[in-house]
Design a protein around this ligand. Sequence first.
Ligand SMILES: [Zn+2]
Length: 266
Amino acid sequence: MLMYKRSTTIAVVLAMLLSAGCGSSGGAGNFNLISIDEEWQLGQQLAQEVAGQVKFNTDPTLNAYIRNVGQKLVAATPAPFNSLPWDFHVVQDPSLNAFAIPGGHVYVNTGLIAAAENASELAGVMAHEINHVVARHSTEQISRQYGISILAGLVLGQNAGQLQQIAAQLIAGGAMARFSREAEQEADELGIKTMAAAGYNPAGMAAMFRLLLAQEKSHPGKVEQFFATHPTTESRVQDAEKRAAQIGNRGVTDEPGFQEAKSRAA
Ligand SMILES: [Zn+2]
């Protein structure tokens, strides 16, 4: 379903080029030049690049747990995202970080899993990352930075060097991975709703941010990347707390699988 025939893709790209020429795009906060299907295609290519640039943890129990949390959260996102294929990867890296790239590929560092105190804190960061994808923040960013002609080439797989560069930036928290305050707020707001709908205590997100802020004081190097890409302030944490309180908690704060995963990530 997601694989385009090449001729179809070219037709789509031509149509995009024409409409871009007319200067017709959405609002300022919604500058996106590729469709969701194209984003998923691009994501496959980027994920291959990322796989060549990071070290994955291969513990099957840990990976299965992260996948399970991820799929529960994805099932609580709106259509069409809840029925698209998502991939959840565990990166062997002691720094406390998680990131998502276009096309539903979410990466969680072992350092973050080991630092989280319970399942709802881990789910909070994952729900946040998932909703950067749902809100299409990454493709907006790439659209802004590169424009239509390069983006079209990327979707068609014509720009291997550029693809590699974008993947490197997404991993290292470069310009491509830096989100605005508005984007952060949107991912928090949507993420908290996703958590609650998936059966997790929505207060877990703010709790994880508090933990990250505390780490910034004690071990700044371990959270540098997270804060470079996801600006986090006290007022943002308070907003997340208020939102969670408004929704109320009918979900779980922890679950047995988490503690097992945490010990395997340490
Ligand atoms: Zn973010």
